[in-house]
Design a binder for this molecule. Structure first.
Ligand SMILES: Nc1ncnc2c1ncn2[C@@H]1O[C@H](COP(=O)(O)OP(=O)(O)OP(=O)(O)O)[C@@H](O)[C@H]1O
Length: 623
């Protein structure tokens, strides 16, 4: 059976961290209807800077393993960031390349490219064949075989792109922690032409749709798996399996900007939540959150378990767009990438002892999958719309501010799980005030080590701040001789929210416990409300004082928007996972505008939402 053994060359455990590259796509005028110009630019082959949202005369600088500017060719990206990790898969190790970033920032261009400008995927597969060929000719007693699998994760379903009629496939882990997908097609490859022949039509099976931001937006995470199996021809028939994952992640999306509604909104909820889990996994691997790594919280992270923090040599290519209209997305993508930089992997060789068996077309696990496939049915369901977005540059809009402040908190390593006690809150508030003063005096600040980030005032070199090549931004920054920070009143200290009174304390009513018990029994007998909870009073609700109910609802909404993980878990029917999903939703979308938005959270159906409302309203008024 498959077993983990140390890397062959030294016998000792070696570590290999995730390399992080950032690729800036060329500026596109059509993406910039306000003609504001770019808000981000490269400095050299490893550094870039973005305008500081708190103070437009400053920039935030980031350092990465590689920075590919808008001039970098597909070949350039491949040679610098991908090619070096490929040889590992011929020694029984895993390698992976992930393209991450906002929708429309160039992930598919980077991974797939076009016939004229092929991207990472075709180049990497060609290179694997180049690496395998000399090994086959070497007559060293080992044979080599290649297979490809291609799947997408769409709405948390694993779909086989090489066999599009299949339904949601299961993800399994064997006792050696190898991730398996029973039923997934594995197509043997003899040449690159073979790959091309299977890959191109399969790519057309990927779920894409038009959104306001990208005409052909990928609505799923696409994962191409190339497996290289080396087998010793003579006994003991040792076998080494190396896997290469090439992942084109779906875009991280702000639905206020995409204008997504209905099915698109539901899809994007699944996309964003899996990306949120991915960022939690990254955090956890970085030691930021400690404890269990939440691989199992999404299909994506479960599948990538042996690519991130496991046995893999990984490269994350974060794609960003330069236009100001992408500001928030770019900022958040850069912070995500800066965290990823710290992951350390522990490579090992996968080696198995097997007796040779005749080549079979599909593995045993596939037959199992055939049966499973029949059982699964797709359950896509439309959902409700989100309000339109404020323009990202108008950072005075409160929701945008909240999100930027929250992001900055994340960036500084202050996680939601650490949401402080009142004492801590005050201390942190003081610290933030101090920091704000420092910002205002434009002193130089360094972020916590390893964040890959530093703040820099541009007052000394204001002329150089994007001026030479970016006239629109220069206009924005320098107009009115503005050395003074933009809209300082826009700075909101984020911690006041934690000082809210707990919901129950606010809503408690003085009634005798006997009366309450009776009332509760009566209410329980009333039918479950159907449809929208917040519109007309439902059967059981009509027994309650309307103004009290309205107030309770408002308090629940406030708690959903401001409560810590612990506060959220204090709500009826909200457990650990749901609380995390709510926090994730908030980080991505900002606030819940109405209670019904909860239905957009994975696992909260309309029925569950009704139960949630009933349980929490009754509990809040002490019934
Ligand atoms: N480096 C680049 N050079 C030239 N054009 C690019 C580059 N990167 C992206 N583009 C173009 O920008 C547009 C959006 O890119 P792409 O579809 O790859 O984005 P994406 O991040 O994959 O979006 P989504 O997540 O919505 O699928 C495409 O028209 C693409 O050709």
């Amino acid at each position: 059976m498959a077993q983990r053994v140390p890397t062959a060359d030294t016998g000792a455990k070696k570590t290999s961290r995730v390399r992080v590259a950032v690729r800036l796509r060329p500026y596109m005028e059509k993406e910039d209807d306000k003609a504001e110009g770019p808000c981000v630019r490269g400095l050299d082959s490893q550094n870039l800077e973005i305008i500081n949202w708190r103070n437009a005369t400053e920039t935030v600088k980031y350092h990465f393993d590689a920075f590919h500017d808008e001039q970098t060719t597909q070949q350039g990206v491949f040679l610098a960031s991908v090619k070096p990790i490929l040889p590992h898969i011929l020694t029984g190790q895993n390698a992976s390349v992930l393209a991450y970033g906002p929708t429309g920032a160039g992930k598919t261009h980077t991974m797939l490219g076009s016939r004229e400008r092929p991207g990472v995927i075709p180049r990497a597969v060609k290179e694997v064949f180049n690496l395998v060929r000399p090994q086959e000719e070497a007559q060293d007693g080992w044979g080599c075989s290649l297979t490809m699998s291609y799947l997408e994760i769409y709405n948390e379903k694993v779909l086989d792109l090489l066999s599009p009629s299949t339904q949601d496939l299961p993800i399994r882990e064997d006792k050696d922690r190898n991730i398996l997908i029973p039923g997934l097609t594995q197509t043997p490859l003899a040449s690159f032409a073979d790959f091309d022949q299977h890959f191109v039509p399969a790519s057309l099976n990927r779920t894409t749709a038009s959104t306001k931001l990208n005409q052909r937006s990928s609505r799923s995470h696409a994962i191409l798996l190339i497996k290289v199996v080396r087998t010793q021809r003579a006994p003991p028939h040792r076998q080494q399996t190396g896997k290469l994952y090439l992942v084109d992640l779906a875009g991280s999306e702000d639905n206020r900007r995409t204008g997504n509604q209905g099915l698109r909104l539901k899809e994007s909820g699944a996309i964003n939540l899996s990306l949120f889990t991915l960022s939690k996994v990254v955090d956890s691997l970085n030691g930021g959150t400690g404890g269990r790594v939440p691989y199992r919280d999404s299909k994506l992270t479960r599948l990538l378990q042996d690519s991130l923090g496991g046995s893999s040599h990984s490269v994350m290519i974060t794609n960003i767009a330069p236009e100001y209209s992408y500001y928030f997305d770019t900022f958040s993508a850069l912070n995500f990438a800066a965290k990823s930089k710290l992951i350390v992997n522990k490579p090992f060789v996968r080696e198995t002892l097997t007796v040779p068996v005749p080549q079979v077309k599909r593995p045993r696990e596939e037959a199992e999958g055939d049966q499973l496939r029949k059982k699964h049915k797709d359950g896509r369901k439309p959902s409700t719309a989100s309000p339109p977005a404020p323009h990202p540059s108008s950072t005075s809009a409160p929701s945008m501010l909240d999100r930027l402040v929250a992001l900055e908190k994340l960036m500084m390593g202050c996680q939601e799980k650490d949401k402080p006690t009142m004492k801590q809150s005050r201390k942190e508030t003081e610290e933030l005030k101090e920091r704000q003063k420092e910002f205002e005096s434009k002193s130089r600040l360094n972020c916590p080590s390893g964040s890959g980030l530093s703040w820099e005032t541009s007052s000394s070199n204001q002329d150089s701040l994007f001026r030479n090549n970016l006239p629109p931004l220069q206009r924005k920054l320098i107009s009115g001789n503005t050395a003074k920070p933009k809209k300082q009143q826009a700075v909101v200290l984020p911690l006041q929210v934690t000082q809210l009174q707990p919901l129950k304390q606010v809503l408690v009513v003085k009634t005798s416990s006997v009366c309450m018990k009776k009332k509760r029994q009566q209410l329980d007998q009333d039918e479950e409300p159907k449809g929208k909870e917040n519109m007309a009073p439902s059967g059981w609700e009509s027994h309650l004082d309307r103004s009290l109910v309205e107030r309770s609802k408002q308090e629940i909404l406030t708690l959903l928007n401001t409560g810590s993980h612990k506060d959220l878990k204090g709500l009826q029917l909200i457990g650990d996972k749901k609380a995390k999903l709510i926090l994730g939703w908030r980080e991505i979308y900002g606030s819940f505008t109405k209670l019904e938005d909860l239905i957009q959270i994975e696992g909260i159906t309309e029925k569950r939402f009704s139960s949630f409302m009933k349980a929490n309203l009754l509990s809040s008024i002490g019934l």
